[in-house]
Design a protein around this ligand. Structure first.
Ligand code: PMP
Length: 309
């Protein structure tokens, strides 16, 4: 299958080709025929939810890493917004594997989106639609250590909208923060919470390591990321303590090393924060060893039985 790659004026071509198939409301259709009404409540007010997961090629076919956890989170995001999702996480896992098979994909990114139909009022009495697409997507933010800046844009607190749900409308500040960082010559932004402590990246959790201990913000201000949890599990295997706490920017400046975690960015080394360089090199950090373990782990998990060939 010939996938097109992004040029400055053609983002859509990156996500599907002429023979890509997507899932929409129980049907398998050509990506180019998948449409959404311009009166969609999700389009106007951001009231909808999504998730993102990766599949990795392995000797048996491929594995969607922690697929069930991702669809359980999607389901929970819907529940938090009062959106009736008519598929169980298990059914969605099955659909995701079918999606890969239909598109002859093994190593891919999978994006489920639950969006609402026409309704210009501020109530959620509209039809619920389920969309799922997959495309080959290289590691977001790349492999090299990135330079990040503390953003002026804040992470919304739990009193704005549910922080542990992936709500479409929550991502406007994240886009503003990334835009600002890139404009100022940085690779990515770091968002603070309403108390001025580090929350997370625009779409990734933040960790730093100091004296052989890993520190990460609490889920009061950060999404309980599935990659974040994987780091907890991998660190436990190596007896590396992980502490969840409020983290100031000054504290992070003194880190031995720092990194982002997320499905799209996997584990991304952070070389500097606001120009303050990390004390260790990426290769000497625990984060590097954890990343090597992560790369092995993603190829198989408890859903081996559902791998495609
Ligand atoms: N924070 C935010 C705001 C995100 O959108 C993501 C990506 N889902 C993450 C953290 C990382 O979560 P995960 O590891 O589950 O992809």
């Amino acid at each position: 299958m010939a996938f097109f790659f992004k040029t400055c004026d053609n983002w859509t071509a990156m996500y599907f080709s002429t023979d890509s198939t997507v899932f929409l409301d129980g049907n398998w259709i050509h990506a180019s025929e998948a449409n959404v009404t311009l009166y969609s409540q999700t389009l106007h007010y951001g009231f909808g939810v999504f998730d993102g997961m990766r599949s990795y090629k392995n000797a048996d076919g491929c594995n969607i890493f922690k697929a069930r956890e991702h669809f359980a989170r999607l389901s929970d995001s819907c529940r938090q917004l009062g959106i009736q999702l008519s598929y169980t996480p298990e059914e969605l896992v099955e659909i995701a594997y079918q999606l890969l098979t239909k598109n002859h994909l093994y190593t891919a990114y999978i994006r489920p989106l639950v969006f609402l139909g026409p309704n210009m009022e501020l109530n959620s009495e509209s039809s619920v639609h389920v969309f799922m697409a997959a495309w080959p997507w290289k590691k977001y933010l790349g492999y090299e250590p990135i330079n990040i800046m503390v953003s002026q844009y804040q992470k919304q607190g739990d009193n704005h909208s549910s922080i542990n749900a992936k709500i479409v409308g929550n991502y406007a500040p994240a886009i503003l923060a990334t835009n600002q960082a890139r404009k100022l010559g940085y690779d990515e932004a770091l968002l603070l919470d309403e108390n001025g402590c580090i929350a997370e990246g625009p779409a990734a959790n933040f960790f730093y390591e100091k004296d052989d201990i890993l520190y990460t913000p609490t889920t009061r201000c950060a999404l309980p990321g599935i990659t974040r949890k994987t780091i907890f599990d991998l660190a436990a295997q190596w007896d590396i303590p992980v502490v969840e706490k409020d983290i100031t920017v000054e504290e992070a400046y003194k880190a031995d090393y720092a990194f982002f975690t997320g499905t799209a960015s996997e584990i991304t080394p952070i070389g500097s924060i606001n120009g303050e360089r990390m004390k260790k090199s990426w290769e000497d950090s625990h984060a590097y060893s954890l990343y090597m373990m992560y790369r092995q782990q993603v190829m198989y998990d408890e859903f081996q039985g559902l791998t495609i060939v």
